[in-house]
Write a protein that binds this ligand. Structure first.
Ligand SMILES: Nc1ncnc2c1ncn2[C@@H]1O[C@H](COP(=O)(O)OP(=O)(O)OP(=O)(O)O)[C@@H](O)[C@H]1O
Ligand SMILES: [Mg+2]
Length: 272
């Protein structure tokens, strides 16, 4: 069996991810914070869903609840029809910023998620090599994180999440700390990886261009408390037409979609 065949992700079933009437209130001594209110949306298998909205509107809170790292105050989340009640290896998470362990080599960083899941088999070792190759880091397998650029470190984080072969890849502004050029490279790399691995992704971003490049579906959240203000389906990724930023910008509908989203961002920022 080829490595690619062995490493195929356990795919999300047709039920996908369903977020139904989700709410989150953070208690406090004075006024509780209503972070998310009645958010409903679903994520189909092999689709990329982007959570977009103004700062503080509850994007990370929604993602953390999907990851099982936070508990909803109301509503429910199901994955393949099963309620999400805590973290599980069926969901892999890439956090914002610097997320590799400085005391482990690149290879050991990528293998880390497998080891905490108790999977140290030869197949798991194969997964490490496969995903290092996918993110273009094979040559750096024995390097230390301090020897890598910021973009390369985020590729380590991506490979680590992928190596656990999650059904759902969750990413919270994974490229937020990168300079503009590295960010474009990472977006194009991600597009390539999620196509080849047939991944289902939920990703938070502030960046409208990033959202339009990567998304099959954009869930636009209002200013706090986060409610679903709009659900958009950018047409650019259909039939695998787009793989670079230049191609995206050349699309006839690109300008008007970008303007619509920027206008919603401005309206919500004014209310926030
Ligand atoms: N653990 C917590 N305890 C109390 N309040 C919290 C907690 N986590 C988040 N909040 C509050 O919930 C609201 C939503 O926060 P969240 O981090 O989800 O926003 P966000 O959309 O991800 O923002 P940003 O774009 O700036 O990352 C904010 O008002 C925040 O202060
Ligand atoms: Mg956030």
């Amino acid at each position: 069996m080829s490595t690619a065949a062995r490493m195929q992700q356990p795919e999300l079933q047709e039920e996908g991810l369903v977020v139904d009437g989700l709410g989150k209130i953070f208690p406090s001594r004075d006024t509780p914070t209503v972070a998310v209110e009645n958010a409903t949306f679903s994520v189909a298998p092999r689709q990329v869903t982007i959570l977009l909205g103004p700062s503080g509107c509850g994007k990370s809170t929604v993602l953390r609840m999907i990851a099982g790292l936070d508990t909803p105050t109301s509503g429910r989340i199901t994955l393949n029809g099963e309620p999400v009640i805590g973290p599980n290896r069926d969901r892999g998470m890439v956090f914002q910023g610097y997320t590799s362990f400085p005391w482990l080599t690149v290879r050991r960083n990528v293998a880390y998620g497998l080891r905490i899941n108790g999977d140290a088999t030869a197949l798991a070792e194969g997964a490490v090599d496969h995903f290092l190759d996918r993110v273009g880091l094979s040559r750096f397998a024995d390097a230390w994180p301090h020897q890598l650029s910021g973009g390369m470190r985020q590729r380590v984080a991506l490979a680590r999440a992928l190596a656990t072969t999650p059904q759902l890849l969750l990413m919270d502004e994974p490229f937020g700390a990168l300079d503009a050029e590295t960010r474009w490279q990472m977006q194009e790399l991600l597009l390539d990886v999620i196509r080849k691995e047939r991944m289902t992704v939920v990703m938070v971003t502030h960046d409208v261009e990033e959202a339009l490049l990567l998304a099959d579906q954009i869930i636009f959240l209002s200013s706090r408390p986060g409610r679903v203000k709009a659900v958009l389906h950018p047409p650019f990724k259909q039939d695998a037409a787009i793989s670079t930023r230049e191609e995206l910008r050349a699309q006839p509908q690109y300008g008007s979609m970008e303007q619509d989203i920027l206008r919603m961002m401005r309206e919500e920022a004014a209310h926030g």
